[in-house]
Design a protein around this ligand. Structure first.
Ligand code: GLA
Length: 686
């Protein structure tokens, strides 16, 4: 077979693969190349003590025939066929932006399909891989990379995100040296600990980034190669024995969303925001303005009382709330976090006539009514568990460790999913519910199905299927993905939900970093951001209402406190912030996002486009400088002048040249700690 080239171009990036007889080689993924490329097959000078057959980095490097790096596939048949090497390659489909490649190994009897598409508008390269067992004997699969991406020798560091409950999306930076870099998650859901993606940077400001669209276990590695490049693999982490492909069966990987940008982390955010936005499935086909929430959790916890809730709803409506979300505590016997998960009928002591009177009261006030559920969970102290103890994930002979006093239902069992669908469908059909907050408050251990085999991936697929079924049956209902705060925020579940709960930590100082991490991968309109109480329930710190509000402003705004506890002046102030958000949300939620830090504990975030944007400048710690710093905004149009107006605290408009603001910077007035300023920057009319 003569060499053939797959060339995909985005706006600012290109991907080039060389298809030869037994391999699909990575020739380039990075900066945009010219439209007409005259390419020649890769030829590398032989190197001493190397095998005579050269095996450079391919789309799916496999183990055993001379590729000594990380294999994108680890599989065997009772110890045999552990070597895989493709004997035939077919380009099944190709056009300007997509390609599908079929790679066949006639000896190990497997077929792999890799589907690629490079979206011109977002510059996001999407890759997914499917492995098919073409033999008559089963194939045990230990690892299948969803993608193996090439990284150039110029890269220096990798940024990745992780944390824990109340401390999600903390960024870490590792220098890339001679050793393998690896991050793994084995908690069964996306996890707080390891976000399934990363950003790789070179010294010149370019970035390569990827995220796995998957809500379960995952693994990513970056490995130095012997030609100076590195390969980056992302895929599902599989437990021992978890995937055994029967003859003819296939394993479909999740998708990897990958992007190159010359504009560093801000370019990555913009590309990912565009790609995630394009994947969203909104009721009616289009995102409508994000309604401002009041979520009852930190206002009431488990103390539900009809009179109190109706008065809370009245107070919510008065300050401009548009969606009232009834959190945990509403269902049969649920008075604390020890019981009742699984029993999805209203508690008749707290709600003698069910939830309908409250839901009608809320909708009568012009607000939407939302409800918290945690479908995949069951408390041992529940009617559901007493009736069906076998429905929880378990291994015969082993203890069932609880987490927050709960166990996990086996989402691979038809009767479990049927029960959950019926329970949720009844609530959604009987009540005017337009929103579900879908929680998942523990990690999986042990994750074994009825057959005793690991069931992590099937558990995720079971949840996806239930979400899809609910969406199909109730297409107008929006869903929020929550898992003890931000434990299930990823591009896989993003196609099925409409909002992420970012963190249970509503402390505004903590939130700045948490939200910046989230915004690296997801757009602001999906970021649940609530104005919490002072002191913050998660940290005990106190912050002004203005500061708390300004930090929450850019996201999908909500209130996570009881407005009735505020004095009239504070309550009016809160209402004013909600009104401002309503004025600003079209700018905040439709455009691009930039963020950065400057010296002296100042960080900033801007939303909109280069013609008109809102700029939030936050000071976290007290200044240590005698004079205040300037803030460079390199994304501004160099040849335009800007009206710069502080909207809060308000000040007169000043006019600056775009080139001045981008190169020298906006002068900032002194700012005390835990304060912020919001500006509007817009092209002058002249
Ligand atoms: C999790 C969520 C919270 C709240 C509680 C209810 O912790 O993150 O927002 O819904 O569960 O139990």
């Amino acid at each position: 077979m003569a060499d053939d080239f797959i060339i995909l171009h985005g706006r600012a990036s290109s991907a080039v693969l060389e298809v030869s007889a037994g391999n699909v080689l990575w020739r380039h993924w990075g900066a945009r190349l010219g439209d007409s490329l005259d390419l020649t097959p890769l030829q590398r000078a032989p190197s001493s003590f190397s095998l005579d057959r050269d095996i450079p980095l391919s789309m799916l490097p496999t183990f055993g025939m001379g590729w000594f790096g990380q294999s994108a596939l680890l599989a065997h048949r009772s110890g045999c066929d552990f070597v895989q090497s493709f004997t035939r390659i077919d380009v099944v489909q190709r056009d300007a932006t997509t390609a599908k490649l079929l790679m066949i190994d006639d000896v190990a009897q497997i077929a792999v399909t890799a589907a690629l598409s490079l979206d011109f508008a977002s510059d996001v390269l999407t890759i997914a891989t499917t492995l098919t067992n073409t033999s008559a004997a089963p194939l045990e699969v230990q690892w299948l990379a969803a993608a193996a991406l090439p990284l150039p020798s110029s890269i220096r560091v990798v940024r990745s995100w992780g944390g824990r409950h109340n401390n999600e999306f903390m960024v870490g930076e590792d220098a890339l040296g001679d050793a393998l870099w690896r991050r793994e998650n084995r908690r069964g859901l996306t996890s707080h600990e390891n976000f399934p993606g990363a950003v790789v940077l070179d010294d010149r400001g370019a970035a390569w980034a990827a995220q796995l669209a998957w809500s379960g276990n995952h693994c990513q590695t970056i490995e130095p190669l012997d030609d100076g490049r590195r390969q980056w693999q992302l895929g599902e982490w599989l437990a021992p024995g978890e995937v055994c492909l029967a003859p003819g069966a296939a394993l479909q990987s999740p998708e990897v969303l990958a992007t190159y940008t010359p504009h560093g982390p801000n370019g990555v955010a913009q590309n990912f925001h565009a790609a995630v936005r394009a994947r969203m499935t909104w009721p009616g086909g289009k995102m409508r303005r994000r309604p401002v929430h009041l979520n009852t959790w930190e206002a009431l916890y488990f103390e539900h009382d009809m009179a109190d809730l109706t008065s809370l709803a009245d107070a919510a409506a008065e300050i401009g709330i548009e969606r009232f979300v009834l959190d945990d505590g509403w269902f049969e016997g649920r008075h604390d976090d020890r019981t009742s998960l699984g029993d999805w009928t209203p508690d008749l002591v707290k709600y003698p006539d069910g939830l309908a009177p409250l839901a009608r009261h809320v909708t009568g006030l012009g607000m939407e009514f939302g409800l918290w559920v945690e479908p995949e969970m069951v408390n041992p102290d529940s009617n559901l568990y007493r009736a069906h103890p076998d429905w929880a994930l378990q291994i015969a002979g082993r203890a069932q460790p609880t987490g927050r006093n709960q166990l996990v239902l086996d989402m691979t069992r038809t009767e479990v999913v049927e029960y959950l669908f019926e329970a949720l469908a009844k609530l959604l059909a009987d009540l005017p519910i337009s929103y579900l907050k879908w929680d998942h408050n523990r990690a999986l251990a042990p994750a074994a199905g009825k057959d005793g085999r690991a069931t992590y991936r099937k558990q995720v697929l079971g949840t996806y299927a239930l979400l899809d079924r609910i969406r199909a049956a109730f297409p107008e209902v929006e869903i929020e993905s929550c898992a003890g705060g931000g434990g299930r925020n990823d591009a896989g579940i993003a196609t099925r939900v409409h909002r992420f709960w970012t963190s249970d930590n509503n402390d505004a100082v903590s939130r700045i970093a948490i939200q910046r991490g989230f915004l690296q991968f997801m757009p602001p309109e999906l970021m649940g951001a609530h104005i919490g109480a002072s002191s913050a329930h998660a940290t005990g710190r106190r912050q002004s209402l203005d500061f708390r509000a300004m930090v929450a402003m850019p996201g999908h705004l909500g209130v996570e406190m009881d407005p009735r506890t505020l004095d009239p002046a504070e309550r009016a102030r809160l209402a004013r912030w909600i009104a401002r958000h309503k004025d600003w949300r079209a700018t905040l939620h439709g455009g691009e996002t930039w963020s950065g830090t400057v010296s002296d504990s100042i960080c900033w975030q801007a939303h909109g486009d280069t013609r008109s944007m809102l700029l939030f400048v936050y000071r976290v710690d007290p200044s240590v400088q005698r004079y205040s710093t300037t803030l460079r905004l390199p994304m501004l149009d160099q040849d335009r002048r800007y009206d710069v107006k502080a909207l809060f605290p308000e000040s007169a408009t000043a006019i600056f040249d775009g080139s001045w603001l981008s190169t020298v910077g906006l002068p900032l007035s002194p700012l005390k700690a835990e304060r912020d300023i919001v500006f509007r920057l817009s092209h002058t009319s002249a």
